[in-house]
Design a binder for this molecule. Structure first.
Ligand code: NAD
Ligand code: UD1
Length: 315
């Protein structure tokens, strides 16, 4: 199949591109490489086409869907905190970019559309784990844009016959997650800082917890969804149902490193969610999902990868 992966140069996207290529598909990547990188992608593969362009640009988006059979839409500014500080800028990418893509898909008759929504749409849920029927309570512009994207996708489903698969990802981690900004995913930052012997900042008391999913588990699902014709109006949680708090995470990373970590606790971030944990019954029923990577195993693999990166940069 010909599959478009927006944000294919990013952390999750590049793992998906690898898997799709491995399975014999042809892949086009649309990415402006703002947080992603060409280095995440294979340099030579005749089934891979890279379009360096912006999802905010309707003409470029139109070009990117040409002769495509399925779209996996991952391009976004993935940081919740970035959206708190720049609601207008992140909105243009996270919502208007999605609508640009939906319009292009409609004009070209593309039905299969896989979307990366987020657990952030639930806000601070009253009850854990959260099912997909938990009341929606987006607390940040990022969450509001993900939820609005879901509503637009549902409009295109009802009105134009789109066959969408909407996943609400919980916290994804693994190799290639870029730790270089304070807005990056917490595991990437903690691991890189632990390896470099740098101080680690915890926003809040460290008791906030997340349902961490190893990226290899997620991209199997994305691959399955991109080749399916069974679109649905029902979103699916992608989590493992296990909460890990930041203090537990620091303990594990400390054990991997064999060193005492230098940890400073500061004020919690505005809009930050306290606990997040998925009920994944719907996912397991509909996608035959079984995690192959318990969080400790994924963390060990990820730590080894960051260690390897450091050794390479010293060589
Ligand atoms: P990432 O930052 O590594 O990937 C995002 C990609 O989108 C990058 O390659 C970036 O260059 C690209 N991009 C950003 N703005 C763009 C624009 N204007 N035009 C074209 N490309 C643009 O982040 P990720 O963690 O791989 O996230 C992928 C998707 O999954 C995002 O939609 C994110 O919101 C969603 N998501 C991620 C997580 C997580 O825990 N990582 C959880 C829930 C949802
Ligand atoms: C993450 C994703 C977001 C996704 C959501 C789904 C990233 C950057 N964010 O947001 O795209 O939609 O999961 O649940 O991938 N923290 C520290 N110190 C640090 C960095 C972070 O204490 O140096 C804390 C944060 O304040 C937060 C927790 O760690 O309490 C997790 O932060 P982060 O990794 O940014 O994830 P989410 O905000 O959950």
């Amino acid at each position: 199949m010909n599959i478009l992966v927006t944000g294919g140069g990013g952390f999750i996207g590049s793992h998906l591109v690898d898997l799709l290529l491995l399975n014999g598909h042809s892949v086009r990547v649309l990415d402006n490489f703002s947080t992603g990188s060409r280095n995440n992608l294979p340099s030579q593969n005749e089934r891979l086409e890279i379009l360096e362009a912006d999802i905010r640009d309707p003409k470029a988006v139109e070009q990117s869907v040409h002769e495509v059979e399925a779209i996996v839409h991952l391009a976004a500014i993935a940081s919740v905190q970035a959206s708190v500080e720049d609601p207008v800028g992140t909105h243009a990418v996270n919502l208007v970019g999605t609508v640009n893509l939906l319009e292009a898909a409609r004009r070209h008759g593309i039905k299969r559309f896989v979307f990366a929504s987020s657990a952030a749409v639930y806000g601070n849920a009253q009850q854990l784990p959260v099912t997909e029927d938990t009341p929606l309570a987006p607390l940040t512009p990022y969450a509001a844009d993900k939820l609005a994207s879901e509503y637009y996708i549902d409009f295109y489903r009802r009105q134009h016959g789109l066959q969408p698969v909407v996943f609400r990802f919980f916290n994804i981690f693994g190799p290639r997650q870029d730790p270089s900004s304070p807005y990056s995913g917490v595991i990437s930052i903690f691991m890189q800082r632990a390896i470099n012997g740098q101080p680690i900042t915890v926003y809040g008391d460290g008791e906030q917890s997340r349902d961490f999913v190893f990226v290899a588990d997620l991209v199997e699902l994305l691959k399955q969804a991109s080749v399916t014709t069974n679109g649905s109006e029902l979103p699916m949680n992608v989590g493992n149902g296990q909460g890990t708090d930041l203090n537990q995470l620091l303990k594990l990373i400390g054990d991997f490193s064999g060193k005492e970590l230098d940890v400073e606790y500061v004020a919690r971030r505005p809009g930050d969610i306290k606990h997040s944990q998925a009920d994944n019954c719907r996912l397991r029923q509909r996608m035959k999902y079984e995690s192959r990577y318990p969080v400790e195993v994924g963390l060990q693999k990820t730590y080894e990868w960051y260690q390897g990166q450091e050794l390479n940069s010293l060589a």
